[in-house]
Design a protein around this ligand. Structure first.
Ligand code: C5P
Length: 400
């Protein structure tokens, strides 16, 4: 299977209109290209007052178009030529003026003409002063655009260049990139609810000490993101990690295995799919000391352990379980141990990996084990592995 970046082969026209947020469009352009996108920038004349075309030309490696009558396009039909190969037009920032013109089907410059002549989806990231955004005329225009199938990304609330606070800030480039990737991702899990655990657990010994493991949470977070991209409604029960929650994913933060267990059991009856990625501690300290333990003067301290519940096995044993997926991180005998674990926990799919290759790093090598046998995936980033896993889950669920 060929592994691609998330926007490989996608042709995007990035329209930039005249607002202060135009400076953020340069970062957005870099992010789109970084994700593998092929990007053609088109600016309005007003946008060039904020940032010059040279910036976008240097970042995209392509000529930037502003003028309807640009004779660099041989047949002089820039409005047709530039969007002919486009998979989407993204206008960021989109001013109130651009929204108004597009809602009315007006076409008095290159970008508005491109929008009218397009044969592909149009996405807009509005950016304007709070009053302009709240003005009934803008509300009407946005409503008209939505009804016409235009996708409106944002705006966000927060501090504005004019010194005011409120709705109207352009969505940040990283968030816009996520929205574009979501937009293009096949909706293999549309309408499904996916519950997932990720990260390590922390089993307290006393108020300052505890037992944990080296799970970074990256793999679980990547699965949560890929599931959301595939259209699922995702709830992530996460142990302590240094990661921010993926966009549009509900995160519930927990510390111990018992807390993770309680949060999962509270939500699982609602879930269609349960993916247990967390590295849950097998044991916890029987009695957590309420006070900090002092160093013993004679002999070594004794800590008593009790077994933690096996969350995955318990979910799989429910009378009407969701589609259950487990992870088997092993340091040796991967095939044997992963197969045994799949059978013991009675789950349809387990993802096996060697901990030497999985923990902490960006890349991962995994093998999927299901009723049909084993399916090794190519070494890839955790995001790419996660997407392949979601595809596999979707195909198995379809066969059920
Ligand atoms: O039993 P073992 O820890 O090797 O199995 C790993 C799989 O089981 C992972 O999917 C992990 O998230 C899940 N698990 C769990 N609760 C535990 C232990 C493991 O959900 N207490």
């Amino acid at each position: 299977m060929e592994i691609n970046m998330e926007l490989t082969d996608k042709h995007i026209v990035l329209g930039v209109t005249g607002g202060v947020a135009a400076y953020k469009a340069a970062t957005l352009l870099r992010r789109l290209i970084g994700a593998g996108g092929e990007v053609q920038v088109v600016m309005t004349a007003a946008a060039t007052r904020f940032v010059t075309p040279v910036t976008f030309q240097a970042l995209s490696g392509k000529p930037v178009f502003v003028d309807m009558w640009d004779d660099r396009i041989v047949d002089n039909m820039a409005h047709i030529e530039l969007s002919r190969r486009a998979d989407a037009i993204l206008v960021a920032p989109a001013t109130a003026d651009f929204l108004a013109k597009t809602a009315q089907g007006q076409a008095d410059d290159l970008l508005s003409t491109l929008a009218l002549a397009r044969n592909c989806p149009l996405l807009v990231a509005p950016a304007m002063n709070r009053q302009m955004w709240e003005n009934p005329a803008t509300r009407r225009n946005v409503e008209l655009l939505r009804r016409d199938g235009v996708i409106c990304l944002g705006p966000d609330a927060g501090a504005q260049a004019c010194g005011e606070e409120g709705d109207g800030r352009m969505r940040e480039p990283e968030a816009l990139l996520e929205s574009i990737i979501d937009f293009f991702a096949p909706k293999l899990l549309a309408g499904k609810k996916l519950l997932l655990t990720a990260g390590p657990t922390f089993e307290a010994i006393d108020p300052v000490r505890g037992i944990t493991n080296l799970s970074s949470g990256h793999m679980g977070y990547a699965v949560a993101r890929a599931a959301r991209q595939a259209g699922a409604e995702v709830t992530l029960i996460s142990g302590p990690v240094a990661l921010s929650a993926p966009q549009d994913v509900t995160r519930v933060s927990v510390q111990s295995a018992l807390e993770m267990h309680a949060e999962v059991m509270r939500r699982v009856t609602d879930a269609d799919i349960f993916v247990a990625v967390a590295a849950v501690a097998d044991y916890r300290v029987e009695r957590i000391s309420p006070q900090k333990l002092k160093k013993a003067t004679g002999g070594l301290p004794e800590i008593h352990f009790v077994e933690n519940p096996d969350i995955l096995a318990e979910v799989a044993a429910l009378p009407n379980p969701p589609f259950c997926v487990g992870f088997a991180a092993e340091s040796e005998h991967l095939e044997t141990y992963a197969r045994q674990k799949r059978a013991r926990k009675n789950i349809p799919l387990i993802v096996g990996n060697l901990i030497q290759e999985a923990f902490g790093g960006a890349d991962n090598r995994v093998i999927l084990f299901d009723d049909a046998g084993s399916h090794p995936l190519l070494v890839a980033s955790k995001n790419q592995i996660a997407r392949q896993l979601i595809e596999h889950i979707a195909s198995l669920m379809e066969k059920k």
